[in-house]
Ligand binder design. Structure first.
Ligand code: 5AD
Ligand code: SF4
Length: 441
């Protein structure tokens, strides 16, 4: 038997990691990976529903398999991930695409193996969606595909109910993973040679809130992982500004193995919009957090998410957002147009904003962010960063490395460097989107 699988992953890192679990199950059944649709015996869509655009793209991609399914009726098509947890979506998917064979949700991903075995034996359509999770399954085969980086779940779900967001509905309430299980997994990954450990949760800062032990906090978890033996760097995502406390900032500042990188979604710079979004902070409180980060962690890479065109967002509200981005000068900005998600509170709000205005606002922000990035790159000359050396370009006689935040830094070969080792560099030159550095010994 030489059976092949292909997994199409949409959305966030949580899904990227869950696809590694799907891949592990497929490999344990003897399947091998392919990236060519027509060579696959099983195609899995691991879906996202954060915005309508994501869903429409997925529909188009599933639809594109219709002719392949005709030429290869033995092809098994499975759909899972966030979209399948949306009310009535499985029915819509099956109606639009009757050739789909297996549909399952976010809470029963670990059952995929059983569904596939069952389908292969009786060829009966399977649709199994659970309303809530039944515990956390630690015993899962995993096939990691993210290179030097290993993703580690620390919590699942979200309790925040930001009014625009569908995540709490499709991923359920927040569940923290057992502290010792997380540490055990990290130790194994470090022993296996992974250079980056990225802790994953919808809101990592509230890790442990559902565990009845005051010592189980995100700050303690970070400190414990960052003080394990070995040569590696710890990252995490995503933080909620209301829960990012001084303890966490202090740990990042003091522990050398923690990346000086924080993704801190602001969503809006207008207090009125923040309130309507149910974000539980003001622009002033957010700015105070940024100031604390910059005071304690010099040179920290800070990025953000922003939604423009939230219901009722006026020109003045948008200007508040624009101005705060200009003031903070983020290293990275992910700006999205608000997308109405049925069942969320914001979907029922009056004053939905016209798509033309959303488009204008998003473009203005992206242009601003581009200008800031250019300035920051120019200003980075003389600054110091940790990089990992990734490869050597023979033709140019230079090494290619990456900072903890993923920026490319080129190092001309003067001394021999070791691939996959960390070095400290000082930035010496910036040319047309490229940063050059020299090793600091
Ligand atoms: N419309 C647009 N963007 C959204 N996000 C979450 N929900 C929506 C929505 N309904 C954005 C937020 C979040 C990021 C992952 O996606 O900015 O931080
Ligand atoms: Fe969605 Fe808000 Fe939870 Fe993030 S914190 S997943 S934006 S509800």
């Amino acid at each position: 038997m030489d059976k092949k699988y292909l997994i199409k992953t949409y959305g966030c890192q949580m899904n990227v990691h869950e696809s590694e679990k799907l891949a592990g199950m497929l490999q344990s059944l003897g399947y091998t990976e392919t990236d060519i649709d027509k060579d696959a015996d099983v195609i899995v869509f691991n879906t996202c529903c954060i915005r309508d655009g994501a869903e429409q793209k997925i529909y188009a991609h599933i639809g594109a398999l219709k002719s392949l399914k005709k030429t290869n009726p033995n092809l098994v098509i499975a759909i899972c991930g966030c979209m399948t947890q949306v009310k009535n979506r499985p029915e819509t998917i099956k109606k639009k695409f009757p050739f789909v064979n297996i549909i399952f949700g976010t809470h029963n991903i670990n059952k995929f193996k059983n569904y596939l075995i069952e389908f292969n034996s009786n060829h009966q359509y399977i649709c199994d969606i659970w309303d809530e999770a039944k515990g956390i399954d630690e015993h899962i085969d995993m096939y990691r595909t993210s290179g030097k980086n290993a993703w580690v779940n620390i919590s699942y779900g979200c309790n925040n109910f930001c009014t625009y967001c569908i995540v709490p509905y499709v991923r359920g309430r927040e569940r923290s993973r057992d502290f010792d299980d997380i540490i055990k997994e990290c130790k194994e990954l470090i022993a296996d040679g992974y250079k980056y450990i990225t802790l994953l949760g919808q809101n990592v800062n509230s890790y442990g809130n559902d565990i009845n032990d005051d010592n189980i906090t995100f700050a303690n978890l970070l400190r414990t992982v960052a003080t394990l033996e070995g040569d590696f760097v710890v990252k995490f995502m995503t933080s909620h500004p209301k829960d990012l406390n001084s303890d966490v900032i202090d740990v990042i500042a003091s522990e050398p193995k923690l990346a000086k990188v924080i993704h801190l979604p602001i969503q809006s710079g207008s207090n009125k919009v923040l309130k309507d979004m149910n974000r539980n902070y003001t622009r002033e409180k957010y700015l105070a957090k940024i100031e604390e980060i910059r005071a304690k962690i010099p040179n920290c890479y800070i990025s953000t998410d922003i939604i423009v065109g939230f219901p009722g967002e006026t020109d003045e509200d948008f200007l508040d957002t624009y101005n705060i981005v200009n003031q903070i000068r983020y290293d990275g900005v992910f700006a999205f147009m608000y997308s109405k998600r049925d069942g969320t509170i914001a979907a029922a709000m009056d004053n939905q904003i016209d798509i033309k205005i959303k488009r204008e606002r998003v473009n203005k922000l992206l242009q601003l962010s581009k200008d800031i990035t250019k300035q920051l790159n120019q200003e980075s000359i003389g600054k110091q960063y940790r990089i990992i050396v990734d490869s050597f370009d023979d033709a140019k006689n230079e090494y290619i490395g990456y900072t903890d935040s993923g920026k490319t830094i080129i190092v001309k070969k003067i001394d021999e460097l070791t691939i996959n080792n960390f070095y400290n560099v000082t930035i010496t030159e910036y040319t047309k989107n490229k940063l050059y550095g020299v090793i600091r010994r």
